[in-house]
Ligand binder design. Sequence first.
Ligand code: 5GP
Ligand code: MG
Length: 180
Amino acid sequence: MQQDIERILIPRSRIQDRLHELAREIEGVYGDQSEGLIIVPVLAGSIIFTSDLIRCLPFKMKIGLMTISRYRGATTAGGETRLVQDLNLDIRDRHVLVVDDILDTGGTLRVVLSQLALRGPASLRTCVLLRKLAKAPTDFQVEFVGFDIEDVFVVGYGLDYNNHYRNWPDIAVLRPELYR
Ligand code: 5GP
Ligand code: MG
């Protein structure tokens, strides 16, 4: 795996430091309403981020699971977003925080948020580990962002290329010849 990585963009230690800050931001926004929050990780890219983040959050919560798939080929270009596995619990009148790995064009999160909004949550907010500022639409509001990054294709810490590299502990840039 090591030989496929061109460079480390964000090392694991920086990720962990930022997670603790993000957790404080999340607690600050929800305040007394933290208890009973429903966390909805967008599978599968956010599994590692979510599992680390929620262990920094000291209040009672539930995890709602749904799977979204964005069909794509080599990179993120184009593709259709669809709901593969619907949410497994009722979010009506509950505070919901959607957690995703990366905000690129916003297509994926728009689908997720519009699906969830139909179910009448008390509030609906979004937390992403990464945001590609170059592409992220300016009209798209994300309440919590781990890191703003340049427009490069990254893997590791849950992010994949053809379902590989999710277990790489840092956020890394793949050697470009691998996905051309
Ligand atoms: P969007 O719908 O915002 O354009 O793209 C978001 C989804 O595309 C992410 O949830 C992720 O699955 C995928 N994606 C976008 N950029 C990258 C990237 O740099 N690396 C990886 N591994 N996936 C990406
Ligand atoms: Mg994703």
